[in-house]
Design a protein around this ligand. Structure first.
Ligand code: SAM
Length: 248
């Protein structure tokens, strides 16, 4: 039966593909992909040979129309992004909107994502979190965005590119406070995977101590703002009550 399958693929280690993902990729009539070359490469590694159709930012509209045509013709179509879960700092969401608006089924196939992979090793301080993804690239807008996040109690999860990671960690330390913990997760599931937890203030020096520490792909998880302690709240309420009583 016709359906669009949104299929998560590995974020590095190709062995992380799911059994169901492999099954669906080898069963569908066609695979829509963010980057056809990358996807062909991955499919070759899994021994899957299917027609691949490009769906990326610049042709989203007409590509979605083509996918819908294929689905209406009774085909099963899979969509994959370059790495990880489609729709997570990746294209795919507009295709989902268009296919659902056409009243055709959309089926998720879960799998790797850099955000959940990093969070799985962050620890207890990141149990509640807000996924931010990429910050703006211009310093001014980046700093404004960081300021707007300063009061968040949930931990904050960022994606960052290697050439910006030092500046971003420095800006996070300035905007959020030097004491908060940061997990710097680099090259997850890959050969040079590295995890480091330290106070935000120490992040830039850690990264700068060795150029290799700035290479590859990064997830940054930053501790949220410490919650107001109950005692402080109670104190505030007492003060308010006294003020109100005084006013009577
Ligand atoms: N859709 C992907 C997902 O589900 O995680 C994210 C795609 S986004 C365009 C690429 C960014 O994700 C990278 O710049 C990096 O911040 C993060 N990322 C992807 N793979 C990673 C890995 N193996 N290790 C660390 N970060 C990774």
């Amino acid at each position: 039966e016709a359906a669009l399958f949104i299929v998560a693929t590995p974020i590095g280690n190709l062995a992380d593909i799911g059994v169901r993902a492999l099954y669906v990729l080898s069963l569908v009539d066609r695979i829509a992909a963010e980057d056809t070359r990358n996807t062909q490469h991955m499919l070759t590694r899994y021994d899957i040979d299917k027609p691949v159709l490009a769906v990326h930012e610049h042709n989203e509209h007409e590509a979605a129309a083509r996918v819908i045509e294929h689905l209406r013709a009774g085909e099963r179509v899979a969509y994959v992004s370059d790495a990880g879960t489609p729709g997570i700092s990746d294209p795919g969401a507009r295709l989902v909107d268009a296919v659902r608006a056409a009243n055709l089924p959309v089926i998720p196939l879960p799998g790797a994502s850099a955000v959940t992979t990093a969070l799985s090793v962050a620890g207890a301080w990141a149990q509640t979190f807000t996924f931010i993804g990429f910050l703006p690239t211009k310093a001014r807008q980046r700093d404004d965005a960081i300021r707007a996040l300063a009061s968040s109690e949930p931990a904050l999860v960022f994606y960052e590119a290697p050439h910006r990671v030092v500046d971003t960690v420095r800006a996070l330390a300035q905007g959020l406070g030097a004491e908060r913990k940061i997990l710097i997760a680099r090259e997850l599931t890959k050969l040079h995977e590295a995890l480091h937890v330290c106070p935000l203030a120490e992040g830039p020096a850690f990264l700068e101590a060795d150029p290799n520490r700035q290479r590859g792909e990064f997830v940054l998880v930053v501790e949220g703002r410490a919650p107001d302690r109950d005692g402080d709240d109670a104190h505030l309420h007492d003060t308010l009550l006294v003020t109100l009583l005084d006013a009577l």
